[in-house]
Design a binder for this molecule. Structure first.
Ligand code: HEC
Length: 98
């Protein structure tokens, strides 16, 4: 099937880029200006992504809650306007931070 092989080619080229430079999650974090308040490793207005990764290490269920937290916002966090897939990619990147 033509469309399927095109999709496979697209997915693998995205995966290759991801290995060479920052992954899609990091790009989305940049594009969504999370860096206004967060940095990778230092506490700015908000906890560093590395400290969040440490805090939620091994808590797989938390990533689902964090996607919802970003989507709907909380008293302490503004809601982020992005697709579910983008939010998931950002949370995955945050939780993979070191
Ligand atoms: C206006 C400032 C601001 C921006 C912009 C911002 N954050 Fe936050 N974020 C905070 C603050 C403050 C906290 C700590 C309070 C809290 O947990 O809600 C936080 C906490 C978090 C947490 C941990 C929540 C928890 O329950 O422990 C995650 C994950 C997070 N932010 C992700 C993001 C992502 C991804 C973006 C970009 C799409 C983003 N933030 C943009 C201020 C911000």
């Amino acid at each position: 099937m033509k469309s399927k092989s095109a999709l496979v080619a697209l997915v693998s080229s995205v995966a290759l880029c991801g290995a060479a430079i920052a992954g899609p999650g990091e790009d989305l974090i940049e594009a969504n200006k999370c860096g206004k308040c967060h940095t990778a490793t230092t506490t700015k207005k908000a906890p560093s992504f590395a400290s969040l990764a440490e805090k939620y290490k091994g808590d797989a269920a938390k990533s689902v809650k964090l996607v919802e937290m970003l989507k709907f916002g909380t008293e302490d966090h503004k809601a982020i306007t992005a697709s579910d897939a983008d939010l998931k990619a950002m949370v995955a990147a945050v939780l993979a931070s070191k």
